[in-house]
Every structure is written in C-alpha cells, then in structure tokens.
Design a protein around this ligand. Structure first.
Ligand SMILES: [Zn+2]
Length: 86
C-alpha cells in the first residue's frame, strides 16, 4: 500500500487505473462518483464533496501492472495503439 503525498508520476498512473476499467475505480463515500488522484491524495471528482482518501494499492502506481492487467481489454488495445503512433 502507498500513501499520499504521491509523486506526479504516481498520480498519472493512478488516474489511468481509475479510467481504465481494468479494476473497479475508487469512489467517493459521499456521492459515489469516481475519485481523482492528486499529489495530496484522492479527492472527489465533483470537487464539491469533502471526501478524501490518502492511500492506494501499490500496484495502482505501476504502469507495468496496468499494462499487464489491461492485456486483452479494449483499454489495453487503445494504449498499445497510442504507443505505436508515438
Ligand atoms: Zn463526492
């Protein structure tokens, strides 16, 4: 498990995990919407709720884990196409 503050690199991958559909995203305990990772920790994506969360599963900060878990999914195919076009 990792705890905030997160590095910019961790934030990037945490949010990719949230949007990937590979795992069930972290959600706000107040409104149920997806959480958004920031360097200070998770906040509600509505920016209205005061709900915060200061931890994440360690694998959620690993791009390698994301790509492995996304293998065979639509998200994984899109990520691969994006990489090949760079
Ligand atoms: Zn909320």
């Amino acid at each position: 498990m990792i705890r905030a503050p997160f590095t910019p690199k961790q934030v990037e991958v945490l949010n990719e995990f949230q949007n990937s559909g590979v795992i069930h995203p972290f959600t706000c305990a107040e409104c149920g919407r997806d959480l958004l990772a920031t360097e200070q920790g998770w906040i509600c994506s509505t920016l209205i709720c005061r709900y915060t969360q200061d931890w994440a599963h360690a694998f959620m900060a690993s791009r390698e884990a994301l790509e492995t878990m996304a293998e065979g999914t639509l998200y994984g195919q899109m990520a691969r196409m994006k990489r090949q076009s760079q």
